[in-house]
Design a protein around this ligand. Structure first.
Ligand code: AGP
Length: 609
């Protein structure tokens, strides 16, 4: 996912732009660049590869000189990652420079029109076309030229634009990609996300689709899609820049694993008052819930696995059927969704393109939509009928950890909330289960304390494996799904999750001497069943690492290695059981020498379909 940033004020722009781009590196990128206005000229510096290359090109921000500028980290979509294709892009006359996050779907047609009028393009990108389109619409009025050009665009775009004739002014435009205005004193900013701005200001405005912002050192004006000035609320960022920094940990991922007890508490505590659950402004009565004949949970990746976990608690407690669907699949299966469907959309970033499209599909078909999101003001948060924020704070590592467990906390809260409204359980059971949910932060802390050293030690044995199998039943299978993804995406070890009972229907053919099998055995009702699966794979030479309770003597007798978690209510156990597997993946990746926070080929949010 690209990142854009803009600055205008009395300080030198280049260092601020470069610092902001550094804070957005976690979004994933393959090149970066900045453009700065100086004495009626636009000076551009850009470089393929890591930000350090751009720092060299700009002599660590000493150049280009100027007080107004824009910057960009590029995650290539149109055109290879190279200097020419990296942003900012400049119009043919050199008067405009632009940075862009998103995809212009009709860029080829516009490019053809402009080329026929003599415009010459140097890059393969869709973004460069926009710079030329603004130029073609310019007759002295910067705002008018931007609005006319943007009215031709189709697709998703967050744009930042400067014009050599308007020193001190930057334009920002939002359409289906996040864009935030940062308000300083004598200086103002825009950026794709808050992490790029929060060390300069905590006062921000979240733009909505179709809105333009004209940003100057002394203020700003926001316009709607037809150019009328708009009043927008100013929000206060709830966390400090330290939250977006490593805080002494070797990697963001380890820091974020360790932050999970506090993050899960933040997700739960504001929603439990006087022994009752209140889901912010999301109110459903028993009657509303009885009118729901199906819940569809839709997401991608780990967020999808969170849905797989949460489904058990929701179905167990509410007896409402739950379907968990990959967002990238839901869109194309003519889903059976109507006004009697509650769609729960799960997304840490709130910007995942497939998930957003699934949400739009659900709305089109009349579903009530509830988004569980971490990034405040993100596209999915703004599009859904209701949103519950995870309050996990910024998650920088590409591999989600606290983003995942706080999603589980919200799903558990919803399950119990709905069960209470439906009067499916008595007051005593409600109170007991609420106590179990509220004890999750402590149990997650226990799991961290019990497994950090053990996981680091076991990684010495398991790193370098060519493949691993994660097996489990019911809730344990959902944990196995997420455990396998964590292992794959940061350690590059091929890992598959399998329903333990399904292994013998084919995949067990792959088990041979020394094959690592991670057996998740935290579902109290199924321990014996999973124990028999352990024996099955042991009989074929597998090396078994079991994850269970200390009291589960049976499992311990059969496994080669064991990781323990504290006993937890079965259908809330996933939030605790995943922790040892996060740690195991982390230490295996470290021993494999992988780039843990920024794994190859991955981005923090996949904003392309
Ligand atoms: C998680 O470790 C992965 N990086 C990835 O699967 C992620 O969960 C998925 O892309 C969904 O992202 P979202 O939660 O921001 O929508």
């Amino acid at each position: 996912m690209c990142g854009i940033i803009g600055y205008t004020g009395s300080q030198s722009a280049a260092p601020i732009l470069l610092d902001g781009l550094g804070k957005m590196e976690y979004r994933g990128y393959d090149s970066a660049g900045i453009a700065v206005l100086h004495e009626g000229e636009i000076e551009v510096e850009k470089a393929q590869g890591r930000l350090v290359n751009l720092l060299e090109r700009t002599d660590n921000g000493k150049k280009p000189v100027g007080f107004t500028g824009i910057g960009h980290t590029r995650w290539a979509t149109h055109g290879a990652p190279n200097d020419i294709n990296s942003h900012p892009h400049v119009s043919g006359d050199g008067r405009f420079a632009i940075v862009h996050n998103g995809i212009i779907e009709n860029y080829a047609q516009i490019k053809e029109e402009l080329a026929a009028k003599g415009h010459v393009f140097v890059s393969e990108t869709d973004t460069e076309v926009v710079a030329h389109l603004i130029e073609a619409n310019y007759s002295g009025d910067f705002k008018a030229a931007v609005m006319k050009a943007v009215s031709r665009l189709e697709g998703a775009y967050a744009l930042g634009i400067v014009c050599a004739d308007f020193p001190g002014t930057v334009f920002a435009v939002r359409q289906a990609a996040p864009l935030i205005i940062g308000l300083g004193i004598g200086e103002n900013f825009f950026a794709s996300d808050v992490t790029a701005l929060v060390s300069y200001t905590k006062n921000v405005i979240y733009l909505d689709d179709g809105e333009f912002a004209e940003v100057r050192p002394d203020g700003f004006t926001i316009y709607d899609s037809i150019g009328r000035p708009l009043e927008k609320p100013v929000s206060r960022v709830a966390w400090s820049i330290e939250a977006a920094e490593k805080g002494g940990y070797e990697h963001f991922m380890l820091k974020e694993i360790m932050e999970q007890p506090a993050a899960v508490k933040e997700a739960i505590a504001p929603r439990v008052k006087g022994g009752e659950i209140k889901l912010d402004d999301f109110e459903l009565s028993g009657e509303d819930l009885r009118d729901i004949n199906k819940i569809v949970i839709t997401a991608c990746g780990s967020a999808y696995h969170a849905g797989c976990c949460g489904r058990y608690a929701i179905e167990k407690l509410t007896r409402i059927p739950v379907e968990v669907k990959l967002a990238s699949e839901l869109r194309y299966e003519d889903p059976i969704i109507d006004e009697h469907t509650l769609m729960i959309i799960v997304s840490q970033s709130g910007e995942t393109a497939d998930t957003k499209a699934a949400l739009e599909e659900g709305k089109r078909r009349g579903a009530t939509t509830l988004a569980l999101v971490n990034v405040v003001g993100s596209s999915i948060a703004r599009l859904a009928d209701h949103v519950l924020y995870e309050w996990a704070g910024p998650e920088i590592a590409v591999a989600t950890t606290k983003g995942f467990t706080t999603q589980l906390a919200l799903l558990y809260l919803f399950a119990l909330y709905a069960a209470g409204k439906l009067k499916r359980i008595d007051d005593f059971e409600y109170a007991r289960l609420l106590g179990e949910i509220c004890s999750l932060p402590k149990r997650i802390q226990n799991a961290i304390d019990m497994n950090s050293a053990a996981a680091e030690r076991l990684a010495e044995k398991y790193h370098g494996s060519t493949s691993m199998y994660f097996i489990g039943r019911n809730t344990d299978y959902a944990v196995a799904l997420e455990g396998a993804l964590k292992m794959k995406e940061i350690s590059y070890v091929h890992a598959e999750a399998y329903a333990a009972g399904e292994l013998k229907h084919g995949t067990i053919a792959l088990i041979e001497e020394g094959t690592p099998v991670i057996a998740v055995c935290c579902n109290e009702d199924l321990l014996e069943k999973t124990a028999s699966n352990i024996l099955e794979v042991k009989a074929r030479g597998a090396e078994v690492l079991a994850l269970s309770f200390r009291e589960n003597r049976d499992i311990i007798a059969h496994a080669d290695d064991v990781l323990f978690i504290p006993r937890t209510e079965t259908f809330f156990s996933e939030a605790v059981a995943i922790v040892p597997l996060q740690l195991l993946a982390y230490y295996v990746a470290r021993d494999n020498g992988c780039d843990i926070d920024k794994p190859r080929n991955l981005a923090k949010s996949v904003t392309v379909e």
